[in-house]
Design a protein around this ligand. Structure first.
Ligand SMILES: [Zn+2]
Length: 227
């Protein structure tokens, strides 16, 4: 990466110059992509086909999701998978409801190209649409075996699960893995001030409230990962 400015645009999803396009169409950071392929080869020997649901996501895409959820165009769910009535909540509570499953634009680990949502295509019919719901990854769910495999082996390839458990921030996401050697560096570069500057320049829904509560949001949802 050429300059600090480039690095900042990369870690906030405003640039893709840190990424490569893979044969499966997804974009990832090169080392993360290479290690993912090595891990997928190992998993295949154990009958598990690691397949990507989502990899890189841009700031603009995350801002669309953020807007759709806050405006009620896209359903917001609570920890029990029940729809939340946003209209009955004050602004801060609304932000928290959305942040449970959707990152603030600029602060998504998916901007980094180091983070991947996964399912096991060997465990389901070829037309199965993964919903990324905890029940699919729990005992009795189609992707439970994959989750167990990842718990045992992912770390040998540099991956960990930043949302393994719910700890009062982002909900548990057993499908989400992160390539630590690069993601840790990006996380260290990110800061609340940098995020504030990014959001001021690139408007998001509920901008004023986001900026007012940004320090808390940053602490609770960005820094607060399972490590
Ligand atoms: Zn994810």
């Amino acid at each position: 990466m050429a300059s600090n400015f480039d690095l900042i645009t990369c870690i906030t999803g405003l640039s893709q110059q840190h990424l490569i396009q893979r044969d499966d169409g997804f974009k990832l950071q090169p080392e993360a992509s290479q290690q993912f392929d090595a891990m997928a080869t190992a998993a295949k020997k154990d009958g598990i086909k690691l397949s990507i649901v989502s990899a890189f996501r841009s700031y603009q895409r995350q801002a669309q999701i953020w807007q759709a959820k806050l405006s009620g165009k896209r359903t917001v769910y609570d920890l029990n998978n029940q729809p939340v009535c946003l209209e009955s909540l004050n602004t801060r509570a609304k932000l928290n409801a959305v942040l449970l499953f959707s990152a603030l634009p600029g602060a998504s680990r998916h901007h980094w190209g180091t983070d991947i949502d996964l399912y096991d295509t060997n465990a389901v019919a070829s037309d199965y649409q993964p919903r990324l719901e905890p029940v699919e990854y729990q005992v009795g769910g189609p992707f439970f075996a994959m989750k167990k495999w990842l718990e045992q082996h992912a770390s040998s390839f540099g991956f960990f699960m930043p949302y393994k458990y719910y700890q009062q921030g982002v909900a548990a996401e057993p499908w989400h893995i992160s390539f630590a050697p690069v993601a840790d560096q990006y996380q260290q570069q990110l800061s609340c001030q940098l995020l504030a500057a990014c959001i001021k320049k690139n408007p998001v829904a509920e901008q004023e409230a986001v900026l007012m509560h940004l320090a808390d949001i940053y602490q609770q949802y960005v820094q607060n990962i399972c490590r």
